[in-house]
Design a protein around this ligand. Structure first.
Ligand code: PL3
Ligand code: FE2
Ligand code: FE2
Length: 231
């Protein structure tokens, strides 16, 4: 309700909106680009899932192009240098895990954490987006559920042997997501996206994913608390 009220007051051509959009749009473009790279690396780590992972990577490339078009449509130049730094910590952890063959950690970072972050952000953005970006984002978010599902299915099938690594990877990476959310809080508000709604949607999607994989409610509460301690 709050968001519908806010969206009718949004001026997509104002300098304030375009300034905030130059960072948020860049984050999304960079996130899609890194997701593309990450699924290609995952295809090398999981050769029997190669075709499916390459298919997912191609979707990420389309998403990136869609969001580039959203920026162009509003005459905004995305601040890619800012966005590259924004993903630095998650990127570094993914690369370190890939280098040591820790595929469980790679899947947690990309298919659970980043996809849930994207799902939360895109769902919150859709009702307050301009008409062009809304259409694009609606198409993208459907794909992100499939990417999350890929991670859930694989991790569920390998749950017992992955459990300890998932817990460690959660503990290492969930606090990074909260820092990332805090970093965009002010820009997101200018786009009429509230941080509280983002946090809530993220926790619902992430908690559901952990449950589908096989964690108990008690595990999920404990794992979620690691992130919150860092807010
Ligand atoms: C993986 O498929 C996509 C990874 C993208 C991560 C997106 C994070 C978004 C955070 C900021 C919220 C703004 C959403 C607005 C969309 C233009
Ligand atoms: Fe995507
Ligand atoms: Fe994705």
């Amino acid at each position: 309700m709050q968001q519908i009220a806010a969206s009718s007051e949004l001026d997509f051509t104002s300098e304030a909106y375009k300034d905030a959009y130059s960072r948020i749009n860049a984050i999304v473009i960079e996130g899609e680009q890194e997701a593309y790279d990450n699924y290609i690396q995952l295809a090398q780590l999981l050769p029997d899932q190669k075709d499916e992972l390459i298919r997912l990577s191609k979707m990420e490339n389309r998403h990136m192009k869609g969001f580039q078009a959203c920026g162009k449509n509003l005459s905004v130049t995305p601040d890619m240098e800012f966005a590259h730094k924004y993903f630095g910590a998650l990127h570094g952890n993914f690369q370190a895990a890939a280098a040591t063959g820790n595929v469980v950690t790679c899947l947690l970072i990309q298919s659970l954490i980043i996809e849930c972050f994207a799902i939360a952000a895109y769902n919150i953005y859709i009702p307050v987006a301009d008409a062009f970006a809304r259409k694009i984002t609606e198409g993208v978010v459907k794909d992100e559920y499939m990417h999350l599902n890929f991670g859930e299915v694989w991790l569920k099938e390998h749950f017992e042997e992955s459990k300890a690594e998932l817990e460690a990877a959660n503990r290492q990476n969930l606090p990074i997501v909260w820092r990332m959310l805090n970093e965009v809080e002010n820009d997101a508000r200018i786009l009429a996206m509230e941080k509280e709604a983002l946090v809530e949607d993220f926790m619902i999607a992430y908690g559901e994913a952990l449950s589908n994989i096989g964690f108990t409610t008690r595990d999920i509460m404990r794992m979620s608390a690691y992130g919150l301690a860092a807010v």
